[in-house]
Design a protein around this ligand. Structure first.
Ligand code: NCD
Length: 325
């Protein structure tokens, strides 16, 4: 395995690499992945068995709850003929409950399987797991409030599918920008492309951290902090809404105060979005987007956005396991 304390750059070659951060991907790597995701879509839709991952077993090691990421990784692997070892909630249902260390857990599952997909509540744990693993690649499926690189890959693909570009975009990113790892990865990804302007809408206490503001701005993205729906520009290419991350609050009263500060209603979307605007959400939603919007063709969160999660993970796993030319 290619190991270092910094996530390795993809640089056109995915084979054997840990996938820990969107920072590893140059624009050309994203386009390689998108091209393969298109082929994966065909495989997934034609319901014929594929042998691309035949003989491969992949561990899904999830220390935090998950529906889409866990389910779509599982579906992606099975679409390609591979198999999974699934450990959910290891704090209760594995030797972790007996006090086993992360080090031993990772060493065990890399002995059993060909890759380990890990979700963990503590930021940086995917990198630690990658430093521990000696043989197999580690894939970050969300580390605390850090990153969620595979979510941003599918988010970027969804934007690209609609607009055929990832530069010169105007978007709004709303909700919990402080704790939302999908937001951090998405902004870091969009900052790799020219002339992107993102409007950031959140309660004051959940604004993007100063460190991230500086990092992303330095990388070249224009960030505009707004505090009211009235400031949403009418020319957005996408709206990316997120939920307030309840599990990151130590005091539930503080959560109650800020949850659902900003809600997308039919009226808001009708008055401030354009015909070309897509409405995105990484899900789960807990009231931030009214269900009346679900049938609006511009609402992609229950359509292309979730489907792309399977296709992009199929492509990524096949590339990382060296199964595609
Ligand atoms: C996100 C996550 O886990 O960070 N969910 C997901 O993977 N689609 C977003 C969230 O939980 O709010």
């Amino acid at each position: 395995m290619i190991k270092s304390s910094e996530p390795p750059l993809i640089n056109g070659n995915f084979k054997g690499k840990d996938i820990l951060s969107i920072s590893q991907f140059a624009p050309k790597d994203l386009f390689i992945l998108f091209k393969h995701a298109q082929k994966m879509k065909k495989i997934a839709l034609n319901a014929k068995p594929s042998n691309i991952l035949l003989g491969n077993i992949i561990t899904l090691l999830f220390y935090e709850p998950s529906s889409r990421t866990f389910g779509s990784f599982g579906a992606a692997i099975k679409q390609l003929g591979g198999q999974t070892v699934e450990i959910q909630d290891p704090q209760h249902f594995s030797s972790v409950s007996k006090g086993e260390t992360l080090e031993d857990t990772i060493r065990v599952f890399e002995a059993y399987t060909d890759a380990v997909v890990i979700r963990h509540p503590i930021t940086g744990t995917a990198q630690i797991a990658a430093d521990i693993a000696k043989i197999v690649p580690i894939i970050n499926a969300g580390d605390g409030i850090g990153e969620h690189p595979t979510q941003s890959l599918l988010d970027l693909l969804t934007i690209y599918d609609k607009h055929q570009r990832l530069d010169h975009l105007t978007g709004i990113i709303a909700g919990d920008l402080l704790n939302g790892r999908t937001v951090h990865s998405l902004l870091r990804g969009l900052a790799k492309f020219k002339s992107n302007t993102m409007y950031l809408l959140s309660p004051k206490s959940l604004q993007l951290s100063k460190e991230y503001m500086e990092e992303f701005t330095r990388a070249g993205i224009k960030l505009m902090v707004i505090t009211s729906e009235k400031d949403i520009p009418k020319n957005c290419d996408f709206w990316y809404w997120t939920r307030v991350q309840k599990e990151r609050f130590t005091n539930l009263k503080d959560y109650e105060k800020v949850k659902n500060t900003f809600i997308v209603t039919k009226e808001l979307f009708e008055t401030r979005a354009g015909t070309h605007t897509i409405l995105m959400h990484p899900l789960p939603r807990v009231g931030e987007i009214h269900t009346q919007l679900d049938d609006d063709p511009r609402a992609v969160y229950l359509r292309t956005q979730i489907r792309n999660g399977v296709y992009i993970r199929m492509a990524l796993l096949a590339l990382v396991l060296g199964k595609l030319p």
